[in-house]
Design a protein around this ligand. Structure first.
Ligand code: FA5
Ligand code: MG
Length: 412
């Protein structure tokens, strides 16, 4: 039996998830709503868009070793320390990350498993659900899926090995995809001192070549897809880049990547290697490939969503009827501890997937008292049914109570 399929349990003293029990403490901020998501494992349902894309990417990286059943509960060491995050990195904040307790958390990225899998193989792909406290709208959800890829080469022979491997790639495809890459190695996005320049450049070439090829294969049916590379920064790679795809008139970030920090390879027992790694957002690719308009749909249990997809096939999603929204505002005097992510968390706890969007629509500071007033507009709309005004009023009333209780703010 898969322990991740067992429903999580939360009490004041402990949290049970994935068949293991952890003590809570002052860091604990995981909620029942988010813990329930750990049982869903969307990337393991063969007819789900997330799994379909996963399989297509697998086929673009033949003979990579796959990992897809790691528990989402990891240590702060695995998620941050092992990846060279500084002690004061903003990603560690309780406003951004779900903590089970001070040392145990829900992974915020698949990179949390990089070190472990690189001790086992030189070509790896890790797929998993990842968790982040975030805002609420059509492209943000507190749970999403990432795929991590990494490939290592012998540092001494990398230049030759990579040249030969690209020349021998018989699966290469051409297509009508326009890729722009104006990035150059600069002091802001530097080579690591320990790396031989030619080996680093070859590794970076192989990284971008492999990802360009993967995208070409995924989007082979698409006309005039625009792809671009931009500079980026991650604590665990240098140099680093991001790939973006032009979607509905905007550049959509789909992945981050770079040349792996040598300290990590040394810790993995691979000091004689050089390597690249990437982490991509599966929902982001799915939005574009399947034309799925709202990130909540991935979590739908509605047959009208699920039966539209078949393994290894990409077909455009047909939107089923949109139900009318119900819009409610809430205003309150905020305080120094107030953080929007905490507010969104309460909204999610109370109303779950019925909330489509939360927006700050007004704020001002009182000239005398210097108190800050905020007004949030909540757009309630179900993906699969009509909501009634009475039912939404009840949720809104509950929200008003909880906001006061949990954030100590004063309603207006
Ligand atoms: C990371 O998570 C890095 N671990 C990626 C990485 C791996 C870099 C290996 C270098 C080497 P980032 O936070 O940018 O980076 O997220 C990676 C991708 O996840 C994004 O490009 C995006 O496609 C997706 N993503 C990020 N946040 C969200 C979100 N809130 N909802 C949906 N997808 C998201
Ligand atoms: Mg990013």
């Amino acid at each position: 039996a898969n322990p991740l399929k067992e429903p999580p349990k939360i009490t004041a003293e402990s949290i049970t998830v994935g068949g293991k029990t952890y003590k809570t403490d002052s860091f604990t901020n995981v909620t029942p709503t988010v813990l329930e998501k750990t049982t869903r494992q969307l990337h393991l349902i063969p007819t789900h868009p997330i799994a379909i894309i996963k399989d297509l990417i697998y086929s673009a990286f033949p003979d990579f070793k796959h990992y897809e059943t790691f528990s989402p509960v990891v240590t702060t060491k695995e998620n941050f320390d092992d990846l060279c995050f500084s002690d004061d990195h903003p990603g560690r904040a309780v406003t951004d990350t779900y903590y089970v307790n001070e040392k145990i958390m829900l992974r915020t990225h698949t990179s949390a498993h990089q070190l472990k899998v690189m001790t086992e193989a030189d070509k790896v792909l890790v797929t998993a659900d990842v968790y982040r406290r975030d805002e609420i709208d059509a492209s943000h959800y507190p749970v999403f899926h990432q795929m991590e890829g990494a490939q290592l080469f012998d540092a001494k022979t990398a230049v030759d090995d990579i040249r030969k491997s690209i020349a021998a790639d018989t699966s290469a495809v051409s297509g009508s995809i326009h890729t722009t890459d104006t990035t150059v190695i600069t002091p802001e996005n530097p080579k690591q001192d320990c790396h031989d320049e030619a080996a680093m450049l070859a590794t970076a070439d192989h990284l971008k070549y492999s990802l360009n090829m993967m995208v070409r294969k995924l989007f082979s049916h698409e006309k005039d897809l625009q792809v671009r590379w931009i500079d980026a920064q991650f604590p665990f790679t240098s140099p680093s880049w991001e790939m973006e795809i032009l979607y509905q008139g905007k550049w959509l970030e789909v992945l981050g990547c770079g040349v792996i920090r040598q300290d990590i390879l040394i810790n993995a027992g691979k000091s004689d290697k050089i390597g690249w790694a990437f982490g991509l957002g599966l929902e982001r690719l799915a939005l574009v490939l399947f034309g799925i308009p709202d990130i909540r749909l991935f979590w739908s249990q509605d047959e009208r969503f699920l039966r539209q997809f078949e393994p290894s096939k990409i077909q455009k999603f047909k939107q089923f009827s949109k139900y009318p929204p119900c819009i409610k505002d809430i205003s309150f005097w905020s305080n120094d501890d107030f953080h929007e992510n905490n507010f969104c968390e309460i909204v999610r706890d109370i109303a779950g997937d019925i909330v489509e969007d939360v927006q700050l629509i007004d704020e001002f500071t009182h000239p005398k008292t210097k108190k800050r007033s905020v007004c949030y507009r909540i757009n309630y709309r179900s993906m699969d049914r009509n909501v009634t005004n009475a039912e939404i009023n009840e949720l809104q009333e509950k929200l008003r109570e909880e906001v006061v209780q949990r954030m100590k703010v004063e309603l207006r």
